[in-house]
Design a protein. Structure first.
Length: 361
């Protein structure tokens, strides 16, 4: 079986998809907002951003597209080992930093925290599993998250799995077989949604395989968008596409989630990736999109330490809506600032050093 290369000139000449970078940042801010709100409003039907968790599925779709764009025509030349090294260097420094921040939050949370529930040996094991991205859902007071110190790492675990499958299997398949796998994955996704009533799972021990369903379809869909040249040229721009993306996260949470959520993931998100790849970007927004894309992953991987503190604060103080607004909005801005510092003074220097060492060998 041979892979099919896209033939359109847009994919041969365009070096960077700035609008997709910008949309990744919009999705990152949406998921951070969702995480704040879900602590305060346990009834998602009353949460204005009750579908913010779908940002992860959008990330998965973007990832499939970007990986195919970056490596389809050269993974055979660089080799699987170099591909894995490149992906680990790109992703893992922030996995470790998120684990460190989570550990610090566990011990130094001014509003609570329960480190006394665990022995020193158990804490060390939890940290090592978090830093090495090994699922270890043992923290009862954290709802048996796969990664109790940094909850968002669950999606990085599945991202790694998708990268492994891509290197050994998907990079070698043609579009026909990719489409077959995507249809099977879509059916799996629908079954998960129908069984659970929604597609929110994947982050805990009890919903582990839901995460597999979520990345299976979205990652394949992203690859198919690229390989099939489903690029829709348009003049919508970053602001318009951001609005349409936000609609997915603001879509009301209801008893019809088992139907609406799969439709958003299967149809709407690949369409947005197609539109984003073919949209035009004004010069004035290029810096914003670039910053948004650069900050998205650091923000996603560093914000949850503050969320544990927010949860403990909310549980002990029960702030009203007005106070929550004055806490959450500045906190999101502060977290973006922290993410920028993590990117600028940790992630980028570490990745630069590791890439230099890799090239020396």
């Amino acid at each position: 079986m041979t892979k099919t290369q896209p033939g359109a000139s847009i994919l041969k000449t365009k070096q960077h998809f700035e609008i997709l970078d910008g949309l990744r940042g919009v999705a990152a801010i949406a998921v951070v907002t969702f995480h704040f709100m879900e602590w305060a409003i346990s009834d998602y039907s009353k949460n204005f951003i009750g579908h913010g968790f779908l940002a992860v599925d959008f990330f998965f779709c973007l990832s499939g597209f970007v990986i195919a764009y970056a490596y389809d025509d050269r993974i055979g030349k660089v080799g699987v080992l170099q591909f894995f090294k490149a992906r680990i260097i790109r992703l893992h420094p922030l996995v470790i930093l998120g684990s460190v921040l989570g550990l610090l939050a566990l011990y130094f949370d001014p509003f609570g925290g329960t480190p006394e529930l665990y022995t020193a040996g158990r804490i060390i094991l939890i940290f090592l599993c978090s830093a090495l991205l090994i699922p270890f859902p043992v923290m009862t007071d954290r709802s048996f998250n796969l990664f109790g110190l940094n909850a968002p790492s669950w999606s990085l675990f599945w991202e790694y799995m998708a990268n492994i499958v891509y290197a050994f299997v998907l990079s070698k398949l043609n579009r026909k077989w990719l489409l077959v796998l995507a249809i099977i994955s879509a059916a799996w996704l629908c079954v998960v949604g129908y069984r659970a009533g929604n597609l929110m799972g994947g982050w805990s021990g009890g919903t582990f395989w839901d995460g597999g369903a979520r990345i299976s379809f979205s990652f394949l869909a992203g690859i198919l968008v690229y390989r099939s040249n489903w690029i829709i040229k348009n003049n919508m721009g970053f602001i318009s596409l951001s609005f349409w993306l936000l609609l997915a996260f603001l879509f009301p949470f209801s008893t019809w989630n088992w139907l609406t959520e799969p439709l958003i993931i299967i149809i709407y998100f690949p369409l947005l990736v197609s539109l984003g790849a073919g949209a035009t970007l004004s010069d004035g927004l290029k810096k914003l999109c670039n910053f948004s894309g650069r900050i998205s992953y650091p923000l996603y991987m560093t914000h949850y330490a503050a969320l544990w503190m927010w949860g403990n604060y909310y549980g002990s103080h029960k702030p009203d809506g007005v106070h929550m607004f004055y806490i959450i909005l500045p906190s999101i801005i502060l977290l973006v600032g922290i993410a920028y510092l993590a990117m600028r003074f940790y992630d980028e220097p570490v990745r630069k050093w590791l890439n230099a060492k890799r090239k020396e060998k």
